[in-house]
Ligand binder design. Sequence first.
Ligand SMILES: Cc1ncc(C[n+]2csc(CCOP(=O)(O)OP(=O)(O)O)c2C)c(N)n1
Ligand SMILES: [Mg+2]
Length: 270
Amino acid sequence: MDPHELRRIANRIRRRDLQAVFEAGAGHIGGEMSVIDLLTALYFHTMSVDPQDPKRDRLVLSKGHTALALYVTLAEKGFIPKDEISSFLKPHSRLNGHPNRVKVPGVETNTGPLGHGLPVGVGMAKAAQLNGDSWRTFVITGDGEMQEGSNWEAIMAAAQFKLDNLTLIIDHNRLQQGARLADTNNLAPLAPKLAAFGWAVEEIDGHDMEQICQALSPETVTRGKPKCIVAHTNKGQGISFMSDDVAWHHKVPNAEQYKQAMAELEEAAR
Ligand SMILES: Cc1ncc(C[n+]2csc(CCOP(=O)(O)OP(=O)(O)O)c2C)c(N)n1
Ligand SMILES: [Mg+2]
């Protein structure tokens, strides 16, 4: 699929996500807008995700608070009915605030407590390596999430195991909950740290479809090394008044803000 079509899909996912947050009165809209281009490229360009195929590629959305972005992407891909998105966070809905692999088709791992997805991803990649399988594991973490020590244990293990079938994508939007990364526990620059741990590292603009697809392609994998893509993103990407504003980690737009946000996304789709 070409980048233009991928951008159209990402825009559709952003609009559906925004609508669902507005209607549910909850969600993590900032981090959803920042991760949607990455999810779109993974599901519509890079990964083979046939649920019947045990050798399908795997995605672990470790920043599980942005589950809604994953649900909308899975609905676009046909894993769940598009209508079901309107049940997000409703009583008895399977679309909870964090993804559940038992309930939602296409979800590979339960996530929510930050710092767990990468250790699980290392286990998945190790399993494929032991079986001699060529499927790939992708993990998306938040940048604030990278403060969790469990990630760095997993990073060491992945290098030790030479897991070149593992790709970690860090959604580097420079914001966490209630604060900037720089004012909390400043991990930037991330790339040299991953490189020092023995990973192959690439830095990209996480909203540029060409760059995302290129960085995810199997040809760019370094033999014998796990790969980290530091994706420079904006929290709230696509909606001017949410972009790069820490308040929109999990704020919900009022009716007027919703109208403006939707108008901006619709304009971008033209
Ligand atoms: C172990 C753990 N501590 C705290 C939280 C609460 N929490 C949810 S999101 C979040 C901030 C995450 O920031 P970041 O990883 O940068 O994600 P993004 O900016 O993409 O939303 C926190 C602290 C959690 N889910 N898990
Ligand atoms: Mg962040």
